[in-house]
Ligand binder design. Sequence first.
Ligand SMILES: NC(=O)C1=CN([C@@H]2O[C@H](COP(=O)(O)OP(=O)(O)OC[C@H]3O[C@@H](n4cnc5c(N)ncnc54)[C@H](O)[C@@H]3O)[C@@H](O)[C@H]2O)C=CC1
Ligand SMILES: O=C(O)/C=C/C=C(\O)C(=O)O
Length: 486
Amino acid sequence: MKEIKHYINGEYVGSANGRLFDNVNPANGKVISRVHEAGREEVDAAVKAARAALNGPWGRMTVEQRTAILHKVADGINARFDEFLEAECQDTGKPKSLASHIDIPRGAANFKVFADLIKNVAAEAFEMATPDGTGALNYAVRRPKGVIGVISPWNLPLLLMTWKVGPALACGNTVVVKPSEETPTTTALLGEVMKQAGVPDGVYNVVHGFGGNSAGAFLTEHPDVDAYTFTGETGTGETIMKAAANGVRQVSLELGGKNAGIVFADCDMDKAIEGTLRSAFANCGQVCLGTERVYVQRPIFDEFVARLKAGAEELVIGPPDDERSNFGPLISLKHREKVLSYYQKAVDDGASVITGGGVPDMPAELAHGAWVQPTIWTGLKDDSAVVTEEIFGPCCHIRPFDTEAEAIELANSLPYGLASALWTENVTRAHRVAGQLEAGIVWVNSWFLRDLRTAFGGSKQSGIGREGGVHSLEFYTELKNICVKL
Ligand SMILES: NC(=O)C1=CN([C@@H]2O[C@H](COP(=O)(O)OP(=O)(O)OC[C@H]3O[C@@H](n4cnc5c(N)ncnc54)[C@H](O)[C@@H]3O)[C@@H](O)[C@H]2O)C=CC1
Ligand SMILES: O=C(O)/C=C/C=C(\O)C(=O)O
């Protein structure tokens, strides 16, 4: 059986504690590899290697040298595209048709975009008057923040890990990555690409393991990490923030959501249906930006529900290699238990199940997979847990509304504020409503349309800080002001 080891100081190493855990393909329940679980010893070695590389070859490189290497990393991912695709789809069970268009290309793009950006962002300068009349010049320079702890989730493993590692390295930092225990493979594979691209040893380190009382906690408790970037559940974000408070380390947190879609009667129905189908069901609903609450203006409510139901029932449930499949399993049987508990709760709370609500019949070879049906409900009260809590599954509740003000109030009613999707052909209404939604990202007549230069992150309990474009550079660098008396 294949073993997945830590990548520390440019070498693949096993755990001194001898502990390994299973990596399971959620499409069929088969163990695909055994993964070394890091103890404090490996985490410490990874942080030390990262510190040494920061103070050594990586820290001494010019921006041009560094960014040329990061372009080679992107090229290296593309050169081994099929290997990354296979690994990502085995770990997650997601359709290759999805991962080949989103996960793997974005893995490469995350290095290219930030390598180019760092070369083209100017820092500020201010001339000032002084009492003696000679004046002074203030100018700012950017310096790497240091050793960055990267803790990443399982839903878009390569995409979300490189979304952090790309800009962190472009800015001259070094990293210790703790990928999700569910999806260790592409993060491990990236070590080989880094080595081949000429990234000095110690710049990119990977430790595997779980969260609490394991690699995740050991990393956030390590005193020699300068900042943490995390994507995942809000509760985990709180735990990481508390650990980072020791030593006053900065955090960038992209957390949970319970995103609203608002569909006005003046929308283009075809676009609204297509976009809502993707936002509710893509990646089996395991996208933090996904829509789990859909508010539809009353005159088009029945038609919208009927058409979304028809679309959901046309999804092709199947394993990654099946070219027709556009709907894979959940990440694990454990996660399926959580999702199914909400499916049951919806029924208990009196929902009308428009479609789905259970587990699909699958052929024998997939019977042990974490399959679940795409599900749509109507008729729940606004305070049902199904409508207020992040489920992170392929499901949505649709509720009618009458006025624009009511839709805005409903959308803003929860403590989350990650993303919203708005469907209307009235451009004035689009701007008016978008401006009032309490969310870090608002899509109008689209969903998951990403320009990597834009600010990305959540408001309220959906996160702290923004990444993307110059905002990533803000987080991954320290701005130092130098004041020169002339
Ligand atoms: N992209 C997103 O917004 C994601 C949201 N979730 C949400 O979180 C729920 C639970 O899924 P999990 O995988 O358990 O998410 P999680 O937030 O616990 O895990 C994400 C990452 O954090 C690490 N982690 C967990 N506890 C930690 C700790 N105490 N210290 C340091 N690192 C820690 C995990 O090992 C993993 O690498 C899901 O049902 C979903 O609602 C999960 C994954 C991604
Ligand atoms: O496009 C991105 O950078 C991120 C997309 C999705 C997430 O952040 C998520 O699902 O957590």
